[in-house]
Design a protein around this ligand. Sequence first.
Ligand code: SAH
Length: 251
Amino acid sequence: MRFEQAKTFMAAALILNCMSFILSINLLFAQPDENQQEIQYAKLREAMVRDQIEARGVEDRAVLAALKKVKRHLFVPEPQRQMAYSDQPLPIGEGQTISQPYIVAFMTEALSLKKTDKVLEIGTGSGYQAAVLAELCDTVYSIEIIDPLGKRAETVLKIQGYTNVHVKTGDGYKGWLEHAPYDAVIVTCSPSHVPRPLQDQLAEGGRMIIPVGEYPDQELILLKKKGGELTRQAILPVLFVPMMDEEGKKY
Ligand code: SAH
C-alpha cells in the first residue's frame, strides 16, 4: 500500500514537472511574440509620424514626440488594431470615431501647450487625444456624453498610467465649471456655433480649437482670449461627428 502511494506521488510529481516545463516553454515563446508585436507597432508609429504628420507640416518637436509615444492601437477596439496607424479615422463603437492621426497632431499643435497648462477636452471618445494632451500639459479634464465610451477611455488611460487625465460623463457644451478657467480647450465634436460656456471658461491668454458648422460644412476655428476678448481664425475645413445634447439633439 505504501509503495503504491509512493508510486502515485511520483507519478503526480512527474506530471506537475512536465506541466511546469510546458508552461515555461510557452512563456519563453509568448514573451518575444508580444515584444515583436510592440516593436512592430512602434515602427508603424514612427512611420505614421514621419509620413502622415511631419510630411504635412506639423513641426512642434514635443507634439511629434507625444504622437510617437502614445500607443494608439490600445485605444481602438481589438478588430481595428491592425489599422490603428493608418491615415484615417476609425470606428470606436457607439457610432463614434477616433480622429485621423494628422488631425489629432494638427489640433494639438495649434493649442501651443505648455507643461503647466490645464486643458479641457470635449468628446473623450477613445481617450487617445486625451493621452496625447496628457504628455504635453499638466492636467486634462475630458467630457464624454456617451457613458460606456467615457468609462472605457478612463480604464484604458488608467492602464496606460495616465494619472493626470480626469474623465466624466456629461454634456460638454456646458464645459466643466468646477476646474475652470482652462489654458486650452479642444473640442472634438462639431456644434453649429462656439458654445458660450466654453468661451467663458477659457483663461486669459487661453487658446481654443473647435470644429464649427453643420456636417459636411465644418471649419476648424482657433480662438484666442486677450484682454477678455476672443479673436477668431478659421484654419482648416474638417469633418467631425456633431455635438449632441443629452436628448440626442444636435447643437
Ligand atoms: N477625441 C476622441 C474623438 C472623439 S469623436 C478620440 O481621441 O478618440 C467625438 C466624441 O464626442 C464622440 O465620442 C461623441 O460621443 C462625443 N460628443 C458628442 N457630443 C458631445 C457632448 N455634447 N459632450 C461631450 N461629448 C460629446
